[in-house]
Design a protein around this ligand. Structure first.
Ligand code: SD4
Length: 331
């Protein structure tokens, strides 16, 4: 998907036999140019909070900074937002009242870092980046991740915050039957996944979440798993996921989207096919929301979700908006 007006112009040009729709060349202010000239830098991210996150990422991108810095700075915006109940310290806890955070980051050289089940650290995405840059490992979880973060100067912060603790206490009272078997619902979908293409044509991505609200203790979702919640291949494109992590992991979601782009699908087609694959693997689709977001090397992007309600934010030189993703079915 790209801005509708772009698409229309592209189709007109295609009808004239000038370019193929959905392919590399674009029409910009009436002139056919290479996408490199028109669509980079660009940053896209999941959900409405992506608008504020993109604004911060854009500060890096418009100064010709690297995509990896842009995505880290961008998603830190959401991690800092104490009103967000699905990302960072302000997020919902697990069944037992612990806010456990998952995040990962990946750059244009396929360097990556991830943290899972991290408690009491405000910016898990920056811990993930430190793991990427300062260790031979990719993923640290739980207490090990926490002590690594403290060693690297991250400060302990208290969680859950007061309002969230109150909500969790009421949830516990009202949902005794769900205690062993958590359900996912629309409210719990707010993970931020961000993909950026910088002025030098390099791609990076970041994904950060407090995970599925009231999850079983110890549960890690797709968001910190490279290939599931996020994947970047600088030759092809990048993808990220939001929604029910278990369903995303089952099809190695973000990696699948990137591989489909490698096989020639547009970002939009790749997201649609990954959603179709999820649907084909699940008999019961009740409440099973998943959304994918993809960005290719040319700055073309796409998004698709199982159910309606998924939206994403886009920022580039000529665009700053929230877009409703297309979806397979309605709630
Ligand atoms: C998870 N995928 O932990 C995350 C939740 C999410 O938007 O994306 N919410 O399963």
């Amino acid at each position: 998907m790209r801005r509708r007006s772009f698409f229309k112009l592209g189709l007109t040009a295609a009808a004239l036999g000038v370019v193929k729709p959905g392919k590399a060349a674009r029409v910009f202010e009436g002139v056919i140019t290479s996408p490199a000239e028109t669509m980079k830098p660009i940053v896209i991210s999941t959900w409405e909070h992506g608008l504020a996150a993109n604004d911060n990422a854009w500060k890096v991108l418009k100064a010709n900074g690297p995509a990896i810095d842009a995505v880290e700075l961008g998603v830190r915006t959401t991690e800092s937002d104490m009103k967000n109940r699905s990302v960072g310290i302000g997020g919902r806890p697990d069944r037992d009242g612990h806010v456990t955070l998952d995040a990962c980051i990946m750059d244009e050289k396929s360097n990556c870092g991830a943290v899972g089940y991290l408690e009491g650290i405000k910016h898990p995405i920056s811990v993930a980046r430190k793991i990427m840059e300062n260790t031979p490992h990719i993923m640290l979880v739980g207490d090990g991740a926490k002590s690594f973060a403290l060693d690297y100067g991250f400060k302990h912060v208290k969680s859950p915050i007061k309002e969230v603790k109150q909500e969790w206490k009421s949830w516990k009272k009202e949902n005794k039957e769900l205690f062993e078997k958590p359900v996912i619902n629309n409210e719990n979908h707010d993970t931020i996944g961000m993909l950026a293409l910088d002025a030098n044509g390099n791609l990076s991505g970041a994904c950060t979440t407090s995970g599925w609200g009231y999850k079983l203790p110890g549960r890690i979702g797709d968001s910190p798993i490279i290939g599931a919640g996020l994947f970047v291949d600088n030759e092809i494109g990048a993808a990220c996921a939001t929604g029910l992590g278990e369903a995303v992991i089952r099809i190695a979601g973000s990696h699948t989207v990137v591989e489909l782009m490698r096989q020639g699908r547009t970002p939009q087609q790749a997201c649609e096919e990954a959603v179709a694959r999820i649907i084909s693997k699940h008999k019961n689709m009740e409440g099973l929301q998943v959304g994918f977001l993809a960005l290719d090397k040319n700055g073309d992007y796409g998004a698709y979700s199982v159910f309606n309600g998924f939206n994403f934010a886009v920022k580039s030189n000529d665009q700053s908006e929230l877009i409703d993703a297309d979806n397979d079915r309605n709630w």
